[in-house]
Design a protein around this ligand. Structure first.
Ligand SMILES: [Zn+2]
Length: 230
């Protein structure tokens, strides 16, 4: 999405996620616990309509994963994500991030909206289109929001402590793993244990690996206390 958004520190994004979870908890009557039901947050709390459809065909974009039609209050997710619960939930959480953080800015017309040509009879132009190959600041913020929404810090920390006791868990050559997005058997196993014990059933192993690195619950066995390249 090529919209211009104000810079936000991770702590500000964290605050916005906690604000959403707190307000959602009031509606739900109980604090949400993993797996965080992002469908329910989107549909029941935010009153958004969700559709899984062939978005690549609809928007004529080969790399689109999700899009939000602000005026219609519709979020569409690409059907290629079906059957991949972690990626589907993450993409929805990412769209929720745009809705929660960026919609107010867009509605105040403080951003430049991308222009997309649409054919007659197609759904109204979406204001937010998310493509796997585009990573501008708005996209980065929405990814940060999604990770924090699906994997609340308190739940991840408590579960990591429960499964391993002593933290951080030392991982060989962690710094070479590019923030956990690359393969490491030790990190993959730790992420799998946290997912299972913490009931993070709608989170992919890769997303949890990145979160564990981000929360500094792992450290480099070959260079402990060094600065992790995030
Ligand atoms: Zn996006």
């Amino acid at each position: 999405m090529d919209i211009k958004v104000p810079f936000r520190k991770p702590a500000e994004i964290e605050h916005m996620v906690l604000d959403l979870l707190h307000k959602y908890a009031k509606t739900k009557g109980a604090p949400p616990r993993p797996p965080i039901d992002v469908d329910d947050i989107a549909e029941r709390y935010l009153k958004l309509d969700l559709e899984v459809t062939d978005l690549k065909e609809l928007l004529k974009m080969p790399d689109v994963l999700g899009a939000t039609w602000l005026e219609d209050k519709v979020v569409r997710l690409d059907s290629s994500l079906e059957g991949q619960e972690g990626r589907l939930a993450f993409t929805l959480a990412h769209e929720i991030g745009h809705w929660w953080m960026h919609r107010p800015i867009i509605e105040m017309e403080k951003v430049t909206l991308p222009l997309y040509a649409f054919e007659e009879g197609r759904p109204a132009r979406p204001a937010i289109v998310c493509r796997s190959t585009r990573k501008d600041p708005a996209e980065w913020q929405a990814d940060q929001f999604a990770a924090r929404l699906l994997m609340p810090e308190a739940d991840v920390r408590a579960t990591a402590k429960q499964v391993r006791g002593t933290l951080p868990v030392m991982i060989p050559h962690l710094k070479a793993l590019k923030g956990g997005s690359e393969f490491s058997p030790e990190l993959r196993d730790f992420a799998g244990e946290v997912i299972a014990a913490g009931n993070f059933s709608n989170v992919s192993n890769q997303a949890m690996r990145i979160r564990l690195v981000d929360l500094k619950l792992v450290d480099d066995a070959n260079d402990p206390q060094g600065r992790l390249l995030l």
